[in-house]
Structures are given as C-alpha cells and as structure tokens.
Design a protein around this ligand. Structure first.
Ligand code: AMP
Length: 191
C-alpha cells in the first residue's frame, strides 16, 4: 500500500490532483471536506453538528475528522493506497493518522505540498465562489480558512520535512505541469 498526503491551503488544487491520481493509479481519495459536506447534505446528526463551524471557515474538531478517517481506512484495507486530501490539518490529526496507519502495518510514504501564494488563492476561490456558490468560498470566510491554514496546518510542513518524505510542487504552474511534477515526486515509490 502507498499512502500520500496532498498538502496545501484551500484552493491549491488538492482535490483536482487527487481525482487525477484516483483515475490514473487506483488510489482511494479520502477528503474530509467532501465527507463533511456529504454529512451536511444528508442532514445527519454529524452534519448538523459541524454546519456552523464549517460556515465560519474554522476547523471542526480533531475528534470528528479522525473518526471519519479511521472508519474509511478500516473499510478499505485492500486498497492500492490512500490519498489524504484536506487531512491532516493539525498536528494532533497528523499524529493520529500515523497511529491509525501503523495499527494496520502501514505509513505515510509521501507528502506532496502544493505551493500557491495567498493572492492567487484568493483569486481562485473568488472565481470558484462565483461559479459554484459554495458558501465558505465567499471572500470574508475564505480569509478565516486561510488563517486557519497558516496557524494550524502549516506547522505540519517541518513535521513531515524532518522525516524526508515531503516534496514541494509549484502549484501556480499550469494544471498539466503540476500533474507532471507530482508524478515525478512519486516516481520510485512502491507499495
Ligand atoms: P475543505 O473542502 O477541505 O476546504 O474543507 C471544508 C471545511 O470542512 C473546512 O473549512 C473545515 O471547516 C472542515 N474540514 C475539512 N477537513 C478538515 C480537517 N481535516 N480538520 C478540521 N476541519 C476540516
């Protein structure tokens, strides 16, 4: 099994690149944002619990997202590998993920960091807001999401860099060039 984290701020292109890797290589994409939005759409108790926090642009509790990921890993142990998209977002989540994978004899093999500057992110998210109308993409909420990334998620960069598994990719390049850089960063990995 090969396990990857697609890492970066909201709007960096993690979801787009994850979907390409799913189609091309048979990975399973685990996006906590997608899982939480599905919970809201189904009006489950979980969906009701997280709605206000998500709309504010803040992070939902570690406990909730760790449980979602734990369930998905346990249900898909025969997968070729997982792509974690939008998870982990805090140090506590990263430590929990290590423990979950380890309990099944697995680990994170690569962390691909998509590097995009804040001005470009704001431009992309404003465009997505106008096209798709996702409420937390509105420019005011997006500032909160970006702040959460810088204060709570960016500290994971040294956490993974120290292990030698972090690779940085220029996420400002054209989509195909980003894909090619990711492929290069994954070359040689064997599950
Ligand atoms: P995303 O689509 O990944 O940007 O996620 C949308 C929203 O879902 C975030 O702004 C958070 O409120 C929540 N969320 C998604 N993933 C996580 C996570 N790993 N930890 C905490 N909150 C999350």
């Amino acid at each position: 099994m090969i396990n990857l984290i697609l890492f970066g701020p909201p709007g960096a292109g993690k979801g787009t690149q994850a979907k390409r890797l799913v189609e091309g290589r048979g990975f399973i994409q685990l996006s906590t944002g997608d899982m939480l939005r599905a919970a809201r759409a189904s009006e489950s108790l979980l969906g009701q619990r997280v709605a206000a926090v998500m709309d504010s642009g803040s992070l939902v509790s570690d406990e909730i997202v760790i449980e979602l990921i734990d369930d998905q890993i346990s249900q898909n142990l025969s997968a070729h590998g997982f792509i974690f998209d939008g998870f982990p977002r805090t140090l506590a989540q990263a430590i929990a993920l290590d423990g979950l994978l380890k309990s099944h004899g697995h680990r994170i093999d690569r962390v691909i960091r998509l590097v995009v500057n804040d001005d470009e992110l704001l431009a992309r998210i404003t465009k997505r807001f106008n096209e798709q109308g996702r409420l937390d993409d509105n420019p005011v909420t997006f500032v909160t999401r970006l702040a959460a990334y810088h204060s709570q998620t960016a500290p994971l960069i040294p956490f993974y860099a120290d292990r030698g598994i972090l690779r940085e990719v220029n996420g400002m390049a054209a989509m195909d060039a980003v894909s090619a850089s990711i492929d290069a960063a994954l070359a040689g990995l064997k599950g």
